[in-house]
Design a protein around this ligand. Structure first.
Ligand code: 1CP
Length: 333
């Protein structure tokens, strides 16, 4: 299995490829299901979630499937109401210590995700790895406090400064939840876990050391004991590589603004995943091929997992994805 070999640092003859958000709205067969259903219903029905997970694998020679779910999915188990329209929105954003103290586990954590993982594994070719995932506590906290997606995350950043102890209490609870949730995914067949810190880029290094590193490291250490391969992805985090080095993982995902040279220097013991700009999939076919090869060349010198630098965009042409996957598949190390 090429992805697992590369993540374990074993020699491989080619570079494995998967695409963040590979199951989703750029695929017409996904949109056909979405037309008749809500995102919540799609994630909660294991047969539907498994089908959506497998859709991109039928079109493209990818090395992994990532389970169809969302980083916000496990939060319901803490009594938090999340509605997707299409991004997550929180009916009652968390803005007080009292709300944080009231958060407690009310039942099993998204057991339907475990059911979907088991169904996918039954259908998946043995050469394809199955990826589970979760949101990093600091990114989950950003959505919970802000109440949804935002450009500047003013409420979240204000709360972190005004109530640092309450923020630590929230991160502690989100860390415990994440460990239990990700452990369940591993027990259900996930061979790789990616932790998404999509809003890492909001923070300076000192803030990241205090509010991200201890919690995110605790999750990754707990997963390490299970022997699952771990990928840590942080967006907009070129200035945080020394902090990310303190978080255990087999691989670190970088975006298109972080260079392989900088990542290899700060993270000499890790595989690096990335980092084609998702916008490049809108270029002409020759440019896509050339830029993908440039990424492959720049990544040489250590283990590399090919990916985009962030999730694939909804308007991306399918042929561009085919071209990209072919280019990476043909490339020999
Ligand atoms: O209408 C729709 O079709 C729903 C759109 C959608 C989808 C397809 C959402 C709402 N989530 C998802 C699936 C999803 N989310 C996956 C599985 C699919 C795959 O990767 O193949 C994954 C891994 C995620 C993870 C996720 N959700 C992240 C981390 C990755 C990233 O993009 O940085 C984040 C930040 C979210 C929050 C979220 N959920 C949905 C949206 C539109 C957003 C972004 C909201 C925002 O920040 O404004």
């Amino acid at each position: 299995m090429t992805l697992l070999q590369t993540l374990r640092g074993e020699p491989a003859s080619r570079v494995p490829i998967w695409i963040m958000r590979q199951a989703g709205r750029y695929l017409p067969e996904y949109r056909a299901i979405k037309e008749k259903s809500s995102f919540e219903a799609m994630t909660r029905d294991p047969a539907v979630a498994a089908e959506i997970t497998l859709q991109p694998l039928r079109r493209f020679a990818l090395d992994a499937a990532i389970i169809f779910s969302d980083i916000m999915t496990p939060l319901e188990a803490l009594g938090i109401d999340v509605v997707f329209k299409p991004g997550p929105t929180i009916a009652e954003p968390i803005r007080s210590r009292k709300q944080i103290d009231a958060l407690q586990l009310r039942g099993p954590i998204a057991p339907f995700v475990g059911d979907a993982l088991r169904l996918v594994r039954l259908e998946l070719d043995r050469s394809v790895a199955l990826i589970g995932f979760g949101g990093a506590p600091l990114t989950l906290a950003a959505y919970l406090i802000e109440g949804g997606g935002s450009k500047e995350y003013e409420h979240f950043r204000q709360f972190l400064r005004a109530e640092p102890q309450a923020m630590h209490a929230l991160l502690e609870k989100l860390t415990d939840l994440s460990i239990a949730y990700l452990r369940m995914q591993v027990e259900s067949g996930a061979q790789v876990i990616q932790l998404f810190d999509s809003w890492a880029g909001l923070h300076d290094a000192a803030t990241y050391r205090e509010f991200a590193v201890p919690y995110h490291a605790r999750i990754m250490s707990a997963l390490g004991e299970l022997g699952v391969a771990r990928i840590y992805f942080a967006l907009g985090a070129s200035h945080l590589l020394d902090e990310i080095a303190q978080i255990p993982s087999e691989a670190v995902g970088i975006d298109w603004r972080t260079t392989f040279a900088a990542a290899r220097k700060a993270l000499p013991d890790r595989a690096i995943q990335g980092n084609l700009d998702p916008a490049l999939l809108f270029a002409d076919p020759d440019t896509i091929r050339r830029e993908a090869r440039n990424v492959l060349e720049r990544a040489r010198g250590g283990p590399h997992v090919f990916n985009l630098g962030h999730g694939i965009w909804q308007q991306t042409p399918i042929e561009a994805v085919s071209r990209l996957v072919e280019t990476v598949r043909e490339y020999r190390l």
